[in-house]
Design a protein around this ligand. Structure first.
Ligand code: HSE
Length: 306
């Protein structure tokens, strides 16, 4: 096999209380990529469609993660990467993560799978870091593993796969403004109050337990963020109104998707997720800001060959 086409999905990172550690994988949105072996040694980005991104390998997220893997192998050929980008950069649903994951997943398949998903995460972290200006894997791990994941550690990489009730659905609104992850990280405080830290880690623990035990009341009760949301929500127009409408329509919780501006809600069942969609639509339709809304099941498969 010399060429492979893959689908690399969008993700929701943080999931309210789990800043930089929790994430889940979306079903309906993602990038297509083609990875091809080439006689010339090295990594080459040969095509980018959808958005204006750099072709220079060292400046491109997919290129940098691919280089991290390429430097760890010894082969007498190279790889070409084509990126068909559907996830808008700076949207908060893991656009850079999808690129970083797609290239290393595709190369690994063409090489006969010498690396496992944990090792692929380590390569992808290098690509994601050029977009975020910091290393984290909460948006990469769900794209690679599917479902809900918890990043126990990035050095060494340790990813935990968390089972979730199959009825859980996400509603995502993406206001068409761009918030760069690096900027959204810059507004965060360097230190947090102990009382807030206690609340936050209690919520992370109880959310993980609730997902394991399909305890919807506890999921609802745990989807709270007292550390990051108060700072980042100010960057997202009408955030509080969206959250209020989402909860009133029956969602289990609502929070900032990754570093924003997208906002996610989790609901029990598609019907409620669609009601949440209608309620949020009503809020944003009055703002004059362009937006789109998706309803998605949790994608338990992650990045895949198409
Ligand atoms: N955990 C990251 C953040 C995800 O919120 O900054 C976005 O890259």
């Amino acid at each position: 096999m010399n060429e492979i086409k893959i689908f690399s999905p969008a993700t929701v990172a943080n999931v309210s209380c789990g800043f930089d550690v929790l994430g889940f994988c979306l079903d309906s949105v993602g990038d297509d990529m083609v990875i091809r072996k080439t006689d010339k040694k090295g990594i080459y980005i040969t095509k980018i469609e959808g958005f204006d991104l750099p072709f220079e390998t060292e400046l491109n997220v997919a290129g940098v993660s691919a280089l991290a893997m390429y430097n760890a192998i010894d082969v007498d050929f190279g790889f070409e990467i084509e990126i068909y980008k559907n996830i808008k950069p700076g949207s908060g649903i893991g656009s850079s993560a999808a690129s970083a994951v797609g290239s290393v997943f595709g190369m690994n398949e063409l090489l006969g799978r010498p690396f496992n998903k944990t090792q692929l995460t380590a390569f992808a972290i290098k690509g994601e870091a050029i977009a975020s200006k910091c290393e984290h894997a909460d948006n990469l791990a769900p794209a690679l593993f599917g479902g809900f994941t918890l990043v126990k550690s990035i050095n060494p990489v340790q990813i935990l796969e968390i089972p979730a009730p199959s009825a859980i659905c996400a509603t995502i609104i993406h206001p068409q403004i761009e918030i760069k992850t690096s900027e959204s990280r810059a507004v965060l405080p360097k230190e947090v109050a102990l009382a807030d830290a206690i609340t936050q880690w209690a919520n992370v623990g109880s959310l993980v337990h609730a997902l394991h035990t399909s305890d919807y009341d506890l999921i609802q009760n745990s989807l709270q963020d007292v550390i990051v949301e108060p700072h980042r929500s100010k960057l997202i127009p009408h955030y509080d109104d969206v959250k209020k409408a989402s909860l009133a329509a029956g969602s289990l919780g609502c929070g900032i998707s990754g570093s924003g501006p997208s906002i996610f809600s989790l609901s029990k069942g598609l019907e409620t997720a669609n009601k949440v969609k209608e309620a949020i639509h009503k809020v944003y339709a009055e703002t004059g800001i362009e937006f789109d809304i998706h309803v998605s099941k949790i994608n338990t498969e992650g990045v895949k060959i198409v």
